[in-house]
Design a protein around this ligand. Structure first.
Ligand SMILES: C[S@@+](CC[C@H](N)C(=O)[O-])C[C@H]1O[C@@H](n2cnc3c(N)ncnc32)[C@H](O)[C@@H]1O
Length: 444
């Protein structure tokens, strides 16, 4: 048996979640956790989201209800002749296997047609659940196969496929149902880890079609652009979508990222990547010359934040200002200080609180060495005195007793300096205190 929700051509219904009392929030959290643990539900980024509410039962407990009334209005009703109950019993003759449905969460146990799953999403105010990732690997999921910290790749799980690498042959069917983070073995005993495709890991495995932003810059950008769930963010250029993936997670589940690149193939490839990573409902990718034409007019006054990673960002700044809501934040990434200077000059007329940060990367070499080797290292030009960390008193004693040949862990700054990743310039749109219109708040 499966449920069919036919809504031909209908646009997703977007309804805000209902306000829940603290007790109801707690109950929602508990019930969602129980359903997640049983694998009856999973987190979703579907744009269809019906709000949740609670009805108090006679015994004082809460019944969780999902308000599908709007979806029901669009659904074409199924019409079946009701089977006769005695016919049904007759058909059970000789049956050996029986299953039962616990009607307390019966709805979640009915199979829904694949193409209708998106419409059955429930929208709760429990954002932590919407943002968490699946705990168990399903057929069709994207997993990050981890061999070493510098050797990972994204693989789509397909029950009939295998992964072959230097450690042997791994059957995908062995992965299904296992928790993310698990260690799986090949036919010859080699192993890899299967990790969840978080934006942090995706940035390390995505295919580079352009230079990309890495975590040091990305985390700074998300923090200083003050992104929270529900925000609307504009971005250009999309490039390889490294930043976009993290922007999408920051504004999920109800926000939206509009990202633009003038390079059509890059935009198409980015769209495909967002499909793969399950973020397509949160990201709209457009093909547009943002330096030449600016952002589209239908986004005027809608953006909480605008991010620019363009060769001549100062050309896009006036349009970015028009897109921002009152008080909105702009951030521009530039690899060189000349770009920062030109952008800052353009920013001064309409923005305030202009700040530029240089993001520096300093890597450390970490290795094990014997104590005597370690002392030798101290005199190496450019190296720093190694520092032994004492975690426990017991460990410290151990060092004192046996400091001749035991290995210790040493770390020192890498001799090859990577230098900076770039400059991040942030600015806040100036606003006119008395203005009621968002667009008018843009100081001319
Ligand atoms: C360095 S990449 C952006 C990388 C991206 N931040 C990431 O993390 O993956 C710069 C992108 O800007 C795009 N671009 C350059 N000039 C543009 C313009 N005038 N309008 C729109 N996109 C532009 C390029 O095609 C390129 O894909």
């Amino acid at each position: 048996m499966s449920v069919e929700c036919k809504v031909p051509g209908a646009n997703p219904i977007a309804k805000s979640p209902y306000r829940l009392a603290p007790l109801e929030m707690q109950e929602l959290s508990n019930q969602l956790q129980e359903l997640l643990d049983k694998d009856f539900i999973r987190p979703s980024y579907s744009p269809w989201g019906a709000p949740v509410l609670f009805v108090k039962k006679k015994d004082g407990s809460f019944r969780m209800c999902i308000d599908y009334r709007e979806l029901n209005k669009l659904t074409i009703k199924n019409r079946y002749p009701l089977p006769r109950i005695d016919d049904l019993f007759d058909q059970l003759q000789g049956a050996q296997y029986f299953s039962k449905i616990d009607l307390r969460s019966g709805y979640h146990q009915l199979r829904v047609q694949d193409e209708d799953i998106l419409e059955t999403t429930m929208l709760s105010t429990d954002y932590t659940k919407k943002l968490s990732f699946n705990r168990y690997i399903n057929d069709g999921d994207l997993v990050i196969v981890y061999e070493k910290h510098d050797n990972m790749k994204a693989v789509k799980v397909c029950e009939k496929s295998v992964l072959e690498n230097r450690f042997g042959v791994f059957k995908h069917s062995d992965w299904i149902g296992k928790p993310y983070g698990c260690k799986v073995s090949s036919h010859k005993g080699g192993f890899v880890y299967l990790l969840s495709p978080t934006p942090e890991l995706w940035t390390l495995v995505l295919s580079h079609r352009t230079q990309i932003l890495y975590i040091a810059d990305i985390s700074f950008v998300i923090m200083y652009m003050e992104l929270i769930p529900g925000c609307v963010v504009l971005e250009s250029g999309t490039g390889s979508g490294s930043l976009t993936t993290s922007l999408a997670r920051a504004i999920a589940p109800m926000g939206q990222v509009y990202t633009f690149d003038f390079h059509e193939q890059r935009a198409v490839a980015a769209r495909e990547d967002f499909e793969k990573t399950g973020l397509s409902s949160l990201v709209t990718v457009g093909v547009r010359d943002i330096q030449g034409e600016g952002f589209p007019e239908d986004l005027i006054g809608l953006a909480d934040a605008v991010f620019l990673d363009l060769p001549q960002p100062w050309l896009a700044i006036p349009s970015a200002g028009e897109m921002l809501k009152q008080d909105g934040v702009l951030c521009s990434f530039s690899p060189c200080i000349e770009q920062v200077q030109r952008s800052s000059e353009t920013l001064t007329s309409k923005f305030t609180d202009i700040r530029t940060f240089e993001v520096l990367l300093r890597t450390y070499e970490v290795r094990e060495a014997k104590m005597d080797q370690c002392q030798g290292e101290e005199s190496t030009p450019g190296s720093q005195r190694p520092c032994k960390r004492k975690h426990h008193a017991g460990e410290a004693n151990h060092w004192q007793q046996d400091n001749s040949g035991s290995p210790i862990v040493m770390a020192r700054p890498s001799s090859e300096a990577k230098g900076h990743t770039g400059y991040l310039t942030f600015a806040r749109l100036k606003c006119v205190a008395s203005s009621s219109s968002r667009v008018a708040s843009f100081v001319a």
